[in-house]
Design a protein around this ligand. Structure first.
Ligand SMILES: [Zn+2]
Length: 380
Protein backbone atom coordinates (compact mmCIF):
# COMPACT_ATOMS: atom_id res chain seq x y z
CA UNK A 1 0.00 0.00 0.00
CA UNK A 2 1.17 3.52 -0.72
CA UNK A 3 2.19 5.45 2.41
CA UNK A 4 0.15 8.41 1.27
CA UNK A 5 -2.97 6.29 1.84
CA UNK A 6 -2.18 6.17 5.56
CA UNK A 7 -2.90 9.90 5.86
CA UNK A 8 -6.43 10.08 7.27
CA UNK A 9 -9.35 12.25 6.27
CA UNK A 10 -7.96 14.10 3.24
CA UNK A 11 -8.87 11.95 0.23
CA UNK A 12 -8.72 14.76 -2.35
CA UNK A 13 -5.29 16.00 -1.26
CA UNK A 14 -3.96 12.45 -1.14
CA UNK A 15 -5.39 11.55 -4.54
CA UNK A 16 -3.66 14.63 -5.97
CA UNK A 17 -0.33 13.84 -4.27
CA UNK A 18 -0.32 10.21 -5.36
CA UNK A 19 -0.48 11.37 -8.95
CA UNK A 20 2.02 14.18 -8.34
CA UNK A 21 4.65 11.84 -6.88
CA UNK A 22 5.40 10.37 -10.32
CA UNK A 23 6.33 13.68 -11.90
CA UNK A 24 6.46 16.27 -9.15
CA UNK A 25 6.30 20.00 -9.64
CA UNK A 26 9.21 21.72 -7.89
CA UNK A 27 7.19 23.41 -5.14
CA UNK A 28 4.00 22.68 -3.20
CA UNK A 29 2.12 24.62 -0.59
CA UNK A 30 0.17 22.44 1.85
CA UNK A 31 -2.50 24.82 3.15
CA UNK A 32 -4.93 23.98 5.93
CA UNK A 33 -5.63 24.45 9.65
CA UNK A 34 -3.42 23.08 12.45
CA UNK A 35 -4.12 19.43 13.05
CA UNK A 36 -5.62 18.68 9.66
CA UNK A 37 -2.80 16.30 8.76
CA UNK A 38 -0.48 18.54 6.71
CA UNK A 39 2.63 17.36 8.51
CA UNK A 40 1.77 13.69 8.22
CA UNK A 41 0.98 14.21 4.53
CA UNK A 42 4.25 16.10 3.96
CA UNK A 43 6.22 13.25 5.55
CA UNK A 44 4.37 10.69 3.45
CA UNK A 45 4.81 12.71 0.26
CA UNK A 46 8.54 13.01 0.97
CA UNK A 47 8.57 9.23 1.40
CA UNK A 48 6.72 8.74 -1.87
CA UNK A 49 9.35 10.86 -3.63
CA UNK A 50 12.36 9.24 -1.99
CA UNK A 51 11.21 5.61 -2.14
CA UNK A 52 12.22 3.77 -5.33
CA UNK A 53 8.78 2.11 -5.27
CA UNK A 54 6.86 5.39 -4.91
CA UNK A 55 6.16 5.06 -1.18
CA UNK A 56 5.91 1.41 -0.21
CA UNK A 57 5.98 2.30 3.48
CA UNK A 58 8.38 -0.49 4.32
CA UNK A 59 11.81 0.19 2.82
CA UNK A 60 14.66 2.13 4.40
CA UNK A 61 13.87 5.27 2.35
CA UNK A 62 10.25 5.30 3.50
CA UNK A 63 11.13 4.70 7.13
CA UNK A 64 13.80 7.41 7.19
CA UNK A 65 11.52 9.89 5.39
CA UNK A 66 8.68 9.31 7.84
CA UNK A 67 11.07 9.87 10.73
CA UNK A 68 12.48 13.10 9.18
CA UNK A 69 15.87 11.41 8.96
CA UNK A 70 16.44 10.69 5.28
CA UNK A 71 19.83 12.07 4.12
CA UNK A 72 18.15 13.71 1.07
CA UNK A 73 15.51 15.37 3.21
CA UNK A 74 15.81 18.77 4.88
CA UNK A 75 13.24 19.94 7.40
CA UNK A 76 13.11 23.61 8.30
CA UNK A 77 10.88 25.02 11.02
CA UNK A 78 10.78 28.33 12.90
CA UNK A 79 13.48 28.79 15.49
CA UNK A 80 11.88 31.00 18.07
CA UNK A 81 9.26 33.02 16.27
CA UNK A 82 10.68 33.15 12.75
CA UNK A 83 12.32 31.29 9.94
CA UNK A 84 15.25 33.64 9.44
CA UNK A 85 17.17 34.59 6.31
CA UNK A 86 20.43 33.58 8.02
CA UNK A 87 23.98 34.86 7.93
CA UNK A 88 25.22 32.52 5.21
CA UNK A 89 25.14 29.01 3.77
CA UNK A 90 26.35 27.49 7.06
CA UNK A 91 23.71 29.14 9.24
CA UNK A 92 21.67 26.04 9.97
CA UNK A 93 17.89 26.05 9.55
CA UNK A 94 17.75 29.40 7.76
CA UNK A 95 16.71 30.39 4.23
CA UNK A 96 20.31 30.91 3.02
CA UNK A 97 21.30 27.50 4.35
CA UNK A 98 18.34 25.90 2.58
CA UNK A 99 19.14 27.55 -0.75
CA UNK A 100 22.80 26.52 -0.47
CA UNK A 101 21.67 22.96 0.23
CA UNK A 102 19.39 23.06 -2.82
CA UNK A 103 22.32 23.87 -5.09
CA UNK A 104 24.43 20.95 -3.84
CA UNK A 105 24.44 17.39 -5.10
CA UNK A 106 22.11 15.12 -3.15
CA UNK A 107 23.85 12.85 -0.62
CA UNK A 108 22.10 9.85 -2.17
CA UNK A 109 20.70 9.28 -5.67
CA UNK A 110 17.18 10.60 -6.20
CA UNK A 111 15.21 13.71 -5.26
CA UNK A 112 16.24 16.26 -2.69
CA UNK A 113 13.20 17.18 -0.64
CA UNK A 114 12.75 20.33 1.43
CA UNK A 115 9.97 20.54 3.98
CA UNK A 116 9.30 23.98 5.38
CA UNK A 117 6.96 23.85 8.37
CA UNK A 118 4.92 26.94 9.29
CA UNK A 119 6.21 28.60 6.15
CA UNK A 120 4.24 31.79 6.95
CA UNK A 121 6.80 32.42 9.70
CA UNK A 122 9.47 33.25 7.15
CA UNK A 123 10.67 36.80 7.54
CA UNK A 124 10.29 38.91 4.36
CA UNK A 125 14.06 38.62 3.80
CA UNK A 126 13.93 34.85 4.17
CA UNK A 127 10.99 34.64 1.74
CA UNK A 128 12.94 36.75 -0.77
CA UNK A 129 15.91 34.39 -0.64
CA UNK A 130 13.74 31.31 -0.93
CA UNK A 131 11.84 32.90 -3.81
CA UNK A 132 15.03 32.91 -5.88
CA UNK A 133 15.32 29.16 -5.42
CA UNK A 134 11.66 28.76 -6.38
CA UNK A 135 12.03 30.96 -9.46
CA UNK A 136 15.11 29.21 -10.78
CA UNK A 137 14.63 25.64 -9.70
CA UNK A 138 17.67 23.43 -9.83
CA UNK A 139 16.68 20.03 -11.16
CA UNK A 140 15.99 17.32 -8.67
CA UNK A 141 14.62 19.38 -5.79
CA UNK A 142 11.09 19.47 -4.44
CA UNK A 143 9.95 22.04 -1.89
CA UNK A 144 7.00 21.29 0.37
CA UNK A 145 5.85 24.39 2.24
CA UNK A 146 3.18 23.96 4.93
CA UNK A 147 1.07 26.68 6.45
CA UNK A 148 -2.09 27.17 8.48
CA UNK A 149 -2.04 30.83 7.40
CA UNK A 150 -1.17 30.68 3.70
CA UNK A 151 -2.49 34.23 3.17
CA UNK A 152 0.43 35.51 5.22
CA UNK A 153 2.92 34.19 2.69
CA UNK A 154 4.03 36.67 0.02
CA UNK A 155 1.98 36.32 -3.15
CA UNK A 156 5.23 35.89 -5.11
CA UNK A 157 6.05 32.74 -3.12
CA UNK A 158 2.51 31.36 -3.24
CA UNK A 159 2.25 31.80 -6.99
CA UNK A 160 5.36 29.64 -7.47
CA UNK A 161 3.80 26.73 -5.58
CA UNK A 162 1.01 24.32 -6.39
CA UNK A 163 -1.44 24.62 -3.53
CA UNK A 164 -2.76 21.45 -1.92
CA UNK A 165 -5.74 22.19 0.34
CA UNK A 166 -6.33 20.37 3.63
CA UNK A 167 -9.77 20.68 5.21
CA UNK A 168 -10.44 20.77 8.96
CA UNK A 169 -11.24 17.29 10.25
CA UNK A 170 -14.65 16.64 11.78
CA UNK A 171 -14.68 15.71 15.46
CA UNK A 172 -16.28 12.34 14.81
CA UNK A 173 -13.57 11.59 12.29
CA UNK A 174 -10.72 12.41 14.71
CA UNK A 175 -12.36 10.29 17.43
CA UNK A 176 -12.82 7.35 15.04
CA UNK A 177 -9.21 7.63 13.90
CA UNK A 178 -7.95 7.45 17.49
CA UNK A 179 -10.29 4.55 18.30
CA UNK A 180 -9.05 2.68 15.24
CA UNK A 181 -5.51 3.28 16.46
CA UNK A 182 -6.42 1.59 19.73
CA UNK A 183 -7.54 4.37 22.08
CA UNK A 184 -10.56 3.66 24.31
CA UNK A 185 -13.56 5.62 23.03
CA UNK A 186 -14.01 7.86 26.07
CA UNK A 187 -10.35 8.82 26.12
CA UNK A 188 -10.41 9.43 22.37
CA UNK A 189 -13.31 11.86 22.70
CA UNK A 190 -11.75 13.72 25.63
CA UNK A 191 -8.39 13.96 23.83
CA UNK A 192 -10.11 15.27 20.69
CA UNK A 193 -12.01 17.95 22.60
CA UNK A 194 -9.01 19.05 24.68
CA UNK A 195 -6.91 19.23 21.51
CA UNK A 196 -9.56 21.34 19.78
CA UNK A 197 -9.91 18.79 16.97
CA UNK A 198 -6.18 18.86 16.16
CA UNK A 199 -5.44 15.25 15.20
CA UNK A 200 -1.73 15.31 15.98
CA UNK A 201 -2.22 16.77 19.44
CA UNK A 202 -5.23 14.55 20.17
CA UNK A 203 -3.12 11.53 19.24
CA UNK A 204 -0.36 12.53 21.65
CA UNK A 205 -2.85 13.14 24.45
CA UNK A 206 -4.63 9.83 23.88
CA UNK A 207 -1.47 7.77 23.47
CA UNK A 208 0.27 8.50 26.70
CA UNK A 209 -0.68 8.37 30.37
CA UNK A 210 1.23 11.62 30.74
CA UNK A 211 -0.66 13.06 27.79
CA UNK A 212 -2.82 15.26 30.01
CA UNK A 213 -0.04 16.25 32.43
CA UNK A 214 -0.32 19.87 31.31
CA UNK A 215 -4.00 19.99 32.29
CA UNK A 216 -3.34 18.34 35.65
CA UNK A 217 -0.60 20.83 36.42
CA UNK A 218 -2.86 23.68 35.39
CA UNK A 219 -5.71 22.50 37.63
CA UNK A 220 -3.35 22.09 40.59
CA UNK A 221 -2.04 25.59 40.00
CA UNK A 222 -5.58 26.95 39.87
CA UNK A 223 -6.28 25.21 43.15
CA UNK A 224 -3.30 27.04 44.68
CA UNK A 225 -4.47 30.35 43.26
CA UNK A 226 -7.76 29.90 45.11
CA UNK A 227 -5.88 30.59 48.36
CA UNK A 228 -5.37 34.25 47.46
CA UNK A 229 -2.36 36.33 46.39
CA UNK A 230 0.26 34.11 48.06
CA UNK A 231 -1.40 31.12 46.40
CA UNK A 232 -1.22 32.86 43.02
CA UNK A 233 2.57 33.09 43.32
CA UNK A 234 2.74 29.44 44.36
CA UNK A 235 0.53 28.61 41.35
CA UNK A 236 3.04 30.22 39.00
CA UNK A 237 5.81 28.20 40.69
CA UNK A 238 3.85 24.99 40.35
CA UNK A 239 3.33 25.50 36.63
CA UNK A 240 6.96 26.49 35.99
CA UNK A 241 8.11 23.32 37.77
CA UNK A 242 5.79 21.15 35.70
CA UNK A 243 7.12 22.78 32.52
CA UNK A 244 10.71 22.01 33.61
CA UNK A 245 9.68 18.41 34.29
CA UNK A 246 8.26 18.17 30.77
CA UNK A 247 11.48 19.59 29.36
CA UNK A 248 13.48 16.93 31.23
CA UNK A 249 11.22 14.24 29.80
CA UNK A 250 12.24 15.38 26.31
CA UNK A 251 15.86 14.72 27.30
CA UNK A 252 14.91 11.10 27.98
CA UNK A 253 13.20 10.96 24.58
CA UNK A 254 16.46 12.02 22.94
CA UNK A 255 18.41 9.32 24.74
CA UNK A 256 15.92 6.75 23.51
CA UNK A 257 16.10 8.11 19.94
CA UNK A 258 19.91 8.00 19.98
CA UNK A 259 20.09 4.49 21.37
CA UNK A 260 20.10 2.69 17.99
CA UNK A 261 23.09 4.81 16.96
CA UNK A 262 25.26 4.13 19.98
CA UNK A 263 27.61 1.27 20.59
CA UNK A 264 25.96 -0.99 23.20
CA UNK A 265 29.31 -1.74 24.84
CA UNK A 266 30.99 1.63 25.06
CA UNK A 267 27.84 3.80 24.93
CA UNK A 268 29.66 6.01 22.40
CA UNK A 269 28.00 7.16 19.15
CA UNK A 270 28.77 5.00 16.14
CA UNK A 271 30.87 6.96 13.65
CA UNK A 272 28.98 6.11 10.50
CA UNK A 273 25.76 7.60 11.93
CA UNK A 274 27.34 10.94 12.80
CA UNK A 275 25.14 12.98 10.44
CA UNK A 276 21.94 11.37 11.71
CA UNK A 277 22.98 11.84 15.31
CA UNK A 278 23.74 15.48 14.66
CA UNK A 279 20.35 16.03 13.07
CA UNK A 280 18.52 14.34 15.94
CA UNK A 281 20.41 16.49 18.39
CA UNK A 282 19.69 19.69 16.51
CA UNK A 283 16.00 18.91 16.34
CA UNK A 284 16.07 18.14 20.03
CA UNK A 285 17.68 21.48 20.86
CA UNK A 286 14.91 23.26 18.93
CA UNK A 287 12.20 21.28 20.70
CA UNK A 288 13.79 21.83 24.06
CA UNK A 289 14.07 25.56 23.52
CA UNK A 290 10.35 25.67 22.78
CA UNK A 291 9.34 23.11 25.38
CA UNK A 292 8.77 25.41 28.34
CA UNK A 293 6.59 27.88 26.48
CA UNK A 294 4.73 25.08 24.68
CA UNK A 295 3.87 23.37 27.93
CA UNK A 296 2.79 26.64 29.57
CA UNK A 297 0.66 27.53 26.56
CA UNK A 298 -1.09 24.14 26.63
CA UNK A 299 -1.68 24.60 30.38
CA UNK A 300 -3.19 28.05 30.02
CA UNK A 301 -5.27 26.85 27.09
CA UNK A 302 -6.48 23.94 29.23
CA UNK A 303 -7.59 26.37 31.96
CA UNK A 304 -9.27 28.50 29.35
CA UNK A 305 -11.21 25.42 28.26
CA UNK A 306 -12.24 24.76 31.87
CA UNK A 307 -13.68 28.28 32.12
CA UNK A 308 -15.33 27.94 28.72
CA UNK A 309 -17.11 24.90 30.15
CA UNK A 310 -18.23 27.03 33.12
CA UNK A 311 -19.52 29.57 30.65
CA UNK A 312 -21.44 26.86 28.83
CA UNK A 313 -22.99 25.56 32.03
CA UNK A 314 -23.86 29.13 33.21
CA UNK A 315 -25.64 29.62 29.90
CA UNK A 316 -27.60 26.41 30.46
CA UNK A 317 -25.85 24.55 27.65
CA UNK A 318 -25.87 20.78 27.32
CA UNK A 319 -23.03 19.14 29.30
CA UNK A 320 -22.28 16.87 26.34
CA UNK A 321 -20.93 19.92 24.56
CA UNK A 322 -18.25 20.62 27.15
CA UNK A 323 -14.58 20.26 26.34
CA UNK A 324 -13.51 18.62 29.60
CA UNK A 325 -16.10 15.88 29.64
CA UNK A 326 -14.53 14.32 32.72
CA UNK A 327 -14.66 17.46 34.89
CA UNK A 328 -17.48 19.38 36.49
CA UNK A 329 -17.55 22.88 35.01
CA UNK A 330 -18.09 24.43 38.48
CA UNK A 331 -20.49 27.16 39.46
CA UNK A 332 -19.58 30.55 38.13
CA UNK A 333 -21.59 33.41 36.71
CA UNK A 334 -21.28 33.83 32.96
CA UNK A 335 -19.65 37.19 33.55
CA UNK A 336 -16.92 35.79 35.82
CA UNK A 337 -16.26 32.86 33.53
CA UNK A 338 -15.96 35.16 30.51
CA UNK A 339 -13.53 37.40 32.40
CA UNK A 340 -11.37 34.39 33.32
CA UNK A 341 -11.25 33.33 29.68
CA UNK A 342 -10.11 36.83 28.79
CA UNK A 343 -7.36 36.83 31.46
CA UNK A 344 -6.03 33.55 30.09
CA UNK A 345 -6.19 34.75 26.49
CA UNK A 346 -4.13 37.80 27.44
CA UNK A 347 -1.59 35.66 29.28
CA UNK A 348 -1.23 33.34 26.28
CA UNK A 349 -0.72 36.28 23.99
CA UNK A 350 1.99 37.70 26.28
CA UNK A 351 3.62 34.28 26.39
CA UNK A 352 3.60 33.95 22.59
CA UNK A 353 5.68 37.12 22.35
CA UNK A 354 9.20 35.75 22.66
CA UNK A 355 10.69 39.15 23.37
CA UNK A 356 8.83 38.85 26.66
CA UNK A 357 11.46 37.20 28.80
CA UNK A 358 9.83 37.14 32.20
CA UNK A 359 7.59 34.13 31.84
CA UNK A 360 7.02 33.75 35.59
CA UNK A 361 5.71 37.30 35.82
CA UNK A 362 3.13 36.61 33.10
CA UNK A 363 1.87 33.60 35.05
CA UNK A 364 1.85 35.42 38.39
CA UNK A 365 -0.20 38.26 36.97
CA UNK A 366 -2.68 35.87 35.39
CA UNK A 367 -3.16 33.81 38.55
CA UNK A 368 -3.48 36.96 40.69
CA UNK A 369 -6.42 37.96 38.51
CA UNK A 370 -7.96 34.50 38.87
CA UNK A 371 -7.81 34.21 42.69
CA UNK A 372 -11.50 35.11 43.12
CA UNK A 373 -12.88 32.72 40.48
CA UNK A 374 -10.47 29.86 41.17
CA UNK A 375 -12.26 28.27 44.17
CA UNK A 376 -15.53 27.83 42.28
CA UNK A 377 -13.84 25.80 39.54
CA UNK A 378 -10.82 24.20 41.19
CA UNK A 379 -12.84 22.55 43.97
CA UNK A 380 -15.51 21.37 41.53
ZN1 LIG B 1 9.53 2.61 0.26
Amino acid sequence: MNILRSVPGQPEAIWFLEKAADRPHHAYLFAGPEGSGKQQAARAFAGALLCPRGGCGECRDCRLALADRHPNLVVVEPEGRDIRVGLGPDDHGTARWMVAWASRTAPEPGWKVFRVEQADRMTPEAADVLLKALEEPTGGTVFILSSARPDELPETVRSRCQTVTFHPLAEAFVVDTLVNEGAPEERALLATRVAGGNLGRARRIAADDRGLAFREAALEALDEAGRGPAGALAAADRLMEAAKEYQKGLGRDLEAALEPFTDPETGAPVRQFRAEIRRLEERHVRRERRAERDFLDWSLLALEAVFRDSLLSAAGGDRDWSINLDLDGGRLSARDAARAVEVLEEAREALADETNLNVRLILEEAFLRLTDVAPAVASA
